[in-house]
Design a protein around this ligand. Structure first.
Ligand SMILES: Cc1cc2nc3c(=O)[nH]c(=O)nc-3n(C[C@H](O)[C@H](O)[C@H](O)COP(=O)(O)O)c2cc1C
Length: 171
């Protein structure tokens, strides 16, 4: 097993990918070796010492690639520290963040063997101009204003904390 960490993500419109890239960069700046890959392209996690899984919430559910990943890699994931993040809220509103956290928790409860080292909700990004099928068929969505409330300071701070948490597991 190498000393590296896997940061793996699902994305539909790219915003979660950008967050995963920033987390990977921050972990590298903390001296860790990091591989960054979409969830669907991962074929084994045997070589990693820790795993960070990120995916957006859609229609009250965590992206199915993340759920499939947890199912597929149950055994190796139980033997490693795992950190989880999800993107969702469009407004910097506590209630919206709480709602997103409840949506994520409802998904994670399906994996009772999972005891994440960290779980976080980050604000999301929305651009009505970029919606693709079937989202582009929903008039209410097309009328919503564009927003991007990803807080890069918060995201980097979370990744720095993770680096500190993961260090002992890598020794
Ligand atoms: C059709 C649609 C449904 C969404 N549903 C939810 C939801 O149920 N809960 C939530 O917190 N965020 C929801 N979001 C917000 C997304 O999670 C957010 O836009 C995220 O940044 C998208 O990530 P991506 O660009 O990586 O695909 C939704 C967004 C869209 C466009």
């Amino acid at each position: 097993m190498s000393a590296s960490i896997l940061v793996t993500y699902a994305t539909r419109y790219g915003s979660t990918q950008e967050v995963a890239e920033t987390i990977a960069t921050t972990l590298r700046e903390s001296g860790l070796e990091v591989d960054l890959q979409p969830l669907r392209q991962v074929h084994t996690i045997d070589q990693y010492r820790a795993v960070v899984i990120g995916a957006p919430l859609y229609m009250f559910h965590w992206h199915k690639d993340a759920l499939n990943f947890l199912t597929k890699y149950r055994t190796p994931l139980t033997a490693r520290p795992v950190a989880i993040f999800a993107l969702g809220p469009f407004h910097a509103d506590e209630k919206e963040f709480q709602g997103a956290r409840e949506q994520l928790d409802k998904e994670l409860v399906k994996f009772p063997w999972l005891t994440p080292a960290a779980i976080e909700i980050f604000g999301g990004k929305f651009d009505p101009e970029k919606l693709t099928f079937p989202h582009n068929l929903v008039p209410a969505l097309k009328k919503m204003p564009a927003s991007d409330i990803r807080d890069w300071t918060v995201i980097r701070a979370w990744a720095s904390d993770l680096a500190a948490q993961f260090q002992p597991a890598l020794a």
